[in-house]
Design a protein around this ligand. Structure first.
Ligand SMILES: Nc1ncnc2c1ncn2[C@@H]1O[C@H](COP(=O)(O)OP(=O)(O)OP(=O)(O)O)[C@@H](O)[C@H]1O
Length: 223
């Protein structure tokens, strides 16, 4: 679905990583871990077409990202739900409207009628639909961000620290939602520092763990 082959990335100075290879195969559940600043967010951005590799090949659903037009990338992006590290809400809009926004952007607003209430209930936010994002707790914001990422029924979910700043119980609840999505056939990639979360996931799902460190991606990390 998404493949990085011998990819390098630099923000202009030293290379953050080189010769990095990663495949998001259909239905896989993968964790990306590694020290702060190793480049996890950068790697996720390459996977969802937000950044272009400085070398190597990124393939988004069979197309070479380097030769894709902006519209092609936008179309591919519709198949990827992203949970950003800082959630990125429009604070003046109610939570429900924030969650429905990706449908409007992809001109599918009519689908909100059927899906939105169900999705709000799934993430346990039915009572908060009309609140503004700044009025939510950290865990509620993370669940709202997950709901917004999946409202368009993407094939792939990419989540950057989806359990940052929440307690253990809430991180378990978010993990359960991500595992449910994977059981529905979604491909899941999660960047996290939380090794306890990874351990908990491994008892529920066949998860692969990758560690990005010193510009290299290692598989089979000991937990
Ligand atoms: N837009 C940017 N311009 C220049 N440098 C950047 C930019 N974004 C990130 N970096 C640098 O690239 C490196 C990797 O950042 P990145 O956010 O990908 O790491 P990370 O592993 O996700 O870190 P964390 O775990 O702290 O979120 C860092 O040194 C960071 O300062």
């Amino acid at each position: 679905m998404i493949e990085l082959s011998d990819v390098a990335y630099s923000y202009g100075g030293a290379q953050l990583f080189t010769n990095l290879t990663l495949a998001l195969t259909p239905g896989s559940f993968q964790f990306l871990t590694g020290p702060s600043g190793a480049g996890k967010t950068t790697l996720l951005k390459l996977c969802y077409g937000d950044l272009r590799a400085t070398a190597g090949r990124v393939s988004l659903f069979g197309q070479d990202a380097a030769t894709m037009s902006r519209d092609d990338v936008a179309m591919a992006r519709r198949r990827i739900g992203v949970v950003h590290q800082d959630c990125q809400f429009l604070d003046h809009l109610p939570v429900a409207e924030n969650i429905a926004l990706p449908l409007q952007v992809s001109q599918r607003a009519a689908e909100a009628d059927g899906n939105l209430d169900e999705l709000m209930a799934w993430v346990g936010l039915s009572g908060q639909a009309q609140q503004r994002p700044p009025e939510l707790s950290g865990g509620e914001r993370q669940r709202a961000a997950l709901a917004r990422a999946v409202i368009t029924s993407p094939d792939v979910i990419i989540a950057d620290e989806p359990t940052g700043n929440v307690d253990w119980e809430m991180s378990q609840r978010l993990l359960t939602l991500l595992v449910e999505l994977n059981r529905m056939g979604k491909t899941v990639l999660i960047a996290t520092h939380d090794m306890n979360l990874i351990r908990a996931a491994k008892s529920q799902v066949s998860a692969h763990v990758l560690r990005l460190k010193d510009g290299r991606l290692q598989a089979g990390v000991a937990l």
